[in-house]
Design a protein around this ligand. Structure first.
Ligand code: AMP
Length: 398
């Protein structure tokens, strides 16, 4: 169901509650990365320029449902004010008399940031009373916090029941455009690259994308469960033995659907899980290669890198979620780096679907060369799984 966007609201003189993602990293009360604050600026500016009386809310960290000064949003109000070049007022609590009073006093174009919504247990519990209080006197609600849109919390779902209309902001609109709309009729071949630690985390994504993709590249530790299921020895590698049957089912399903599955043909292994450790690449599995008992797989091997990059080069659309190896350790990062570079070089529509692959893309400074980088880990995975996000489903229909 199509949802209304921030563009569809006439906000002149009306109170608007905007849910943003100001969950920024803090060290000693100082913001160490303000990317998320900067990301919210287009929606904030649009509402301010439209004459809204603007109230902002967000969570920050995991304060366990009670006030915890370490997670106060006060430093964010200051930083936001600097970025906007105008004053941002701050309320000590997100609900209650005082906050309501401050909201009432707002003039058109003024901005008030409410304190951390997670200082109240009602936020995560999606408590009706909390949601009503948070909605307060707002006429409209705008959700622009993609990273929490897969959670039905008071500030993402509950509030929508207590306002005239609820709309998505520019950030969520763009996430949906790339992770949903553009994948409805993708330019082909549609190549999906999946990696990361566990098959169990990605089963639903695999199942959903098997319906759409032309080929599925599987790297990272999750590939070991597939290789083990095919009878290869995986040494001390991370495995989910209980998922072996499932891996075989996925391979059979892909075959029946005509979806190519590319698994590693060799693996980079180590005996020590640390920076600078000795590594070597196994013989190709097709030539009898295996991972010896004391060794564990930590990256894809050279032949695999070549095959995966060749496949990427043919693509019309690429979705990438999950690293090819333990890229956090530079001696185990080659596979992830090479695949990231191949995706960046591709002329295809390239979508990096959240989480660790985003960290990798940023690490190699390739962000500018991707068509789209999702800002939400769990939320982008759920969209790729074909699920509705509660924070989007609750918005007003077009
Ligand atoms: P995920 O959160 O499932 O996307 O997994 C990301 C994590 O998987 C990263 O921290 C990687 O270090 C880890 N990972 C990828 N490949 C391997 C591997 N071969 N062995 C152990 N961990 C891995």
């Amino acid at each position: 169901m199509a949802k209304i966007s921030i563009r569809d609201l006439t906000v002149e003189g009306r109170e608007v509650l905007l849910r943003v993602d100001f969950n920024v990293p803090l060290e000693d009360g100082k913001i160490t990365d303000d990317t998320r604050i900067a990301g919210a600026l287009p929606s904030i500016r649009h509402l301010v320029d439209g004459g809204a009386r603007l109230v902002l809310c967000s969570h920050l960290g995991r304060p366990k449902g009670e006030r915890d000064p370490r997670y106060s949003l006060r430093p964010v109000a200051l930083r936001l004010g600097q970025l906007l070049g105008r004053e941002v007022l701050f309320s000590e609590d997100c609900i209650g008399e005082e906050a309501l009073e401050q909201r009432k006093e707002l003039s058109a174009g003024e901005i008030l940031l409410l304190e951390n919504t997670r200082f109240h247990a009602g936020e995560k519990a999606n408590d009706a009373g909390f949601s009503k209080d948070l909605a307060g006197s707002a006429s409209f609600f705008v959700n622009d916090a993609f990273g929490t849109a897969h959670r039905a919390h008071g500030s993402t779902e509950g509030v929508t029941h207590h306002v005239e209309k609820s709309a998505m902001g520019f950030l969520i609109e763009r996430e949906l455009e790339f992770l949903c709309d553009k994948l409805e009729g993708p330019s082909r071949p549609f190549v999906v690259i999946l990696g990361g630690a566990k098959v169990s985390d990605k089963i639903e994504v695999i199942t959903s994308l098997l319906e759409k993709a032309d080929s599925l590249i599987i790297g990272g530790a999750m590939a070991f469960t597939f290789l083990h299921a095919q009878g290869h020895k995986m040494g001390k590698s991370l495995l989910e033995i209980d998922k072996a049957d499932l891996a075989l089912e996925i391979l059979a399903k892909a075959k029946a659907k005509g979806v190519r599955i590319l698994l590693p043909s060799d693996t980079r292994v180590t005996r020590e899980f640390k920076e600078g450790a000795e590594t070597k690449v196994t013989l190709k599995y097709a030539d009898g290669g295996e991972i010896e008992e004391d060794w564990e797989g930590i990256d894809i091997g050279d032949d695999t890198i070549e095959r995966f990059c060749e496949e990427v080069a043919t693509a019309g659309t690429i979705v990438w979620n999950g690293p090819m190896g333990v890229f956090e350790i530079s001696s185990f990062a080659e596979g992830t780096k090479k695949v990231a570079e191949a995706v960046a070089e591709s002329e295809a529509l390239t979508i990096v679907g959240g989480g660790d692959s985003v960290t990798a893309v940023k690490k190699y400074d390739l962000g500018e060369r991707m068509s789209f980088i999702s800002t939400g880990g769990g939320a982008s995975l759920e969209l790729l799984e074909g699920k509705d996000l509660p924070g989007v489903a609750a918005l007003s229909n077009l």
